[in-house]
Structures are given as C-alpha cells and as structure tokens.
Design a protein around this ligand. Structure first.
Ligand code: SAH
Length: 204
C-alpha cells in the first residue's frame, strides 16, 4: 500500500510547491473518504469511485486546484461538489472558512458524517451549487469540483469578493481545462477530466 508520505513526495516532484497545501495533504486521511474496500488504493494518484456514479478526485488534482486558488489562511472559500468531502477537508486546513455544496443528498450526508470528525468547521449544504451560497457571499475563493459546460456559472462569479479567485474545470462531456478566473480575466491552467456539474436537484 502506497502511503500518505509517498503521495506528498510525489506531489512535490510533480511541481506542487505550496507548503500549506502539502501539509494539509499530509494530514488528511484520504482512506476515510473512500469505500472501505478501496482503502488500500487511497494514496495512488487516481480518482476512485465513491458511489452514486461519482468519484473522489485524484490527490494531484485536489492539491493543484487548492494551490491554484492562492488563498491566505484568513480566506473564506466556497466549494461546489462536496462528493466524499475530501477536498473540503484539505481546504479546511488551508483557509479559515469552508462552505461546500453537494447536490446529491446521500453523498452530502456521508460527507457530513466523515467531516464531523475530521474537519468540523466545514459547512456542507445540500443543493444546486450553481447558485452558490448567496447568504454567505462574498467568498475570497471558489473551487468547483465538477466540470462546468462552456463557462463558469455566472452566479458564482457574482459571489466573489473583489480580487477573489475561482478555479473551475470548464469543458464538454467530462474533458476540458481547469480555468482560473480573477479580476475579470480567465486563464487555462491544465487539461483535466471531471464528472459533470449538473444543474438542479437529483431525482432520487
Ligand atoms: N471534491 C470531491 C469530488 C467531487 S466529484 C471530493 O473530494 O470527493 C463532483 C461532485 O459534484 C459529485 O459528488 C456531484 O454529485 C457534485 N455535483 C454535480 N453537480 C453539482 C451541482 N450543481 N451542485 C452541487 N454539487 C454538484
């Protein structure tokens, strides 16, 4: 079994230099966020099935996305697509406040349970993250953990504090670019594959 320290060493060798992000990755037990039968693969750099047709992102994508947000420890961050809750737990070790929105109630409930023990300050909301969290806006950083079609959802741009940053995969059918938006400018950071950002609430 590949361990957490090996994972962090690999992240370093792949160019992640943000020490706060690396320390957070070194501290959060990713095996707690995957299905028990996949625990042995928790530190391999790949996405893993978390049920409900969704995946926990690969560790390198989580580290890269959080580093790309470039937030100080005092920042307030919104995440869209809680999934397993892993990225939210890593974020919570890097910034002051994390609100994370998940559209699937079953995943949100499970993430809430795991996070209650590991990152109790994270607020997990159930709902359509494309609307953001207007009552908690503005946010210094917004990290979208699912692929938006064509553009960053406008409601999210509207909930950004002046000088704030959004990191969001944008593309079509699971493949696209990780885009960083700040001060009205967008920048394509890297080619990525993500599960789709789905509008509305789930049917079941
Ligand atoms: N950050 C997660 C990875 C999540 S995968 C982790 O660390 O495990 C993407 C998640 O986005 C899925 O759980 C999916 O249900 C959720 N999602 C898709 N569309 C959404 C929407 N409109 N609002 C909120 N969550 C959404």
């Amino acid at each position: 079994m590949t361990g957490r320290a090996d994972m962090v060493a690999r992240l370093r060798s792949r160019g992640i230099t943000d020490e706060r992000v690396l320390a957070a990755m070194a501290a959060v037990p990713r095996e707690r966020f995957v299905r028990p039968e996949l625990a042995g693969e928790a530190y391999v750099d790949m996405p893993l099935d978390i049920g409900r047709g969704q995946t926990i992102s690969a560790p390198s994508i989580v580290a890269f996305s959080i580093a790309a947000l470039q937030q100080p420890p005092t920042a307030r961050v919104l995440e869209i697509g809680t999934g397993s809750g892993y990225a939210a737990a890593v974020l919570a070790r890097c910034v002051a406040e994390v609100v994370s929105i998940e559209r699937d109630p079953a995943l949100a409930a499970r993430a809430r349970e795991v996070l209650a023990g590991l990152a109790p300050t994270v607020e997990v909301r159930t709902g359509d993250g494309m609307h953001g969290a207007p009552d908690r806006a503005p946010f210094d950083g917004i990290m979208v953990s699912a692929m938006a079609t064509r553009e960053i959802p406008p409601a999210l741009r509207a909930q950004l504090a002046p000088g704030g940053t959004i990191v969001c995969p944008v593309g079509d059918d699971r493949v696209g670019s990780l885009v960083r938006y700040r001060d009205g400018h967008t920048e394509n950071l890297v080619e990525v594959s993500f599960v789709p950002l789905v509008p509305g609430s789930p049917d079941a």
